[in-house]
Design a protein around this ligand. Structure first.
Ligand SMILES: Cc1cc2nc3c(=O)[nH]c(=O)nc-3n(C[C@H](O)[C@H](O)[C@H](O)COP(=O)(O)O)c2cc1C
Length: 193
């Protein structure tokens, strides 16, 4: 299958919550990660790190998240759709943990707060690149913030430098959901002349 062009991939990307067990090859994952790394970033700081989970480490992280989310639920802490996300993560052949990783700290030419916001935006840009590239290549993805419910426990397993930001489930989609409703241009664009 030929890659979808960028506009078609942007339009057809959906959050996918059901995956086939079919694996994704290492070269394809590497290609997607390289495309993530093409994102713009503050002063080209590239403040991201991706940890690709497969095999038993993937299972350990997912079961750790499941245990923690179940415990929090029993304690009546809001866990959103975390248990549903755990199901999607179990199905997907690879999970990518996204970390904020600053090889250099503040540039000194902007307030610290601006740098922090810029780094988070840069990481979001890299994630979006990855999601669009994956869609372009016929794969489905899910961006999962609820992985942070088990941040400390996951850090104990993964032991990489950086701050856990999100997880991405990736795989061959079983579904193509209808698009989630979007605000109209009139609602989110202001023109000034
Ligand atoms: C920063 C961020 C975090 C998200 N975290 C979750 C999550 O934890 N669980 C989940 O099911 N979806 C999560 N999503 C997916 C959104 O729910 C989804 O993008 C939104 O409903 C629009 O649907 P669409 O992606 O199909 O267009 C997240 C999306 C973003 C951008």
């Amino acid at each position: 299958m030929e890659d979808l062009d960028a506009v078609t991939a942007i339009e057809s990307r959906r959050s996918i919550r059901k995956f086939k067990p079919e694996p994704i090859s290492r070269p394809l994952l590497e290609e997607l990660l390289k495309l993530a790394g093409c994102a713009p970033s503050r002063a080209n700081s590239q403040p991201w790190k991706f940890v690709v989970l497969e095999g038993s480490t993937k299972d350990d992280v997912i079961e750790t998240l499941h245990t923690k989310a179940t415990k929090l639920k029993q304690e009546e802490v809001a866990i959103g759709s975390c248990l549903e996300n755990v199901r999607s993560m179990r199905q997907s052949p690879a999970i990518i943990l996204v970390y904020q990783f600053n090889s250099e700290s503040s540039t000194g030419d902007a307030p610290q707060r601006t740098d922090e916001a810029s780094d988070i935006m840069s990481i979001g840009a890299a994630i979006e690149n990855l999601l669009i590239a994956a869609t372009s290549k016929g794969l489905g993805t899910l961006w999962i913030r609820e992985v942070l419910l088990a941040e400390d426990e996951i850090n104990e397993i993964i032991e990489v430098e950086g701050k856990l930001m999100s997880a991405l489930a990736i795989g061959h989609a079983v579904e193509q959901p209808d698009p989630a409703p979007r605000r109209s241009l009139e609602e989110f664009v202001v023109w000034k002349e």
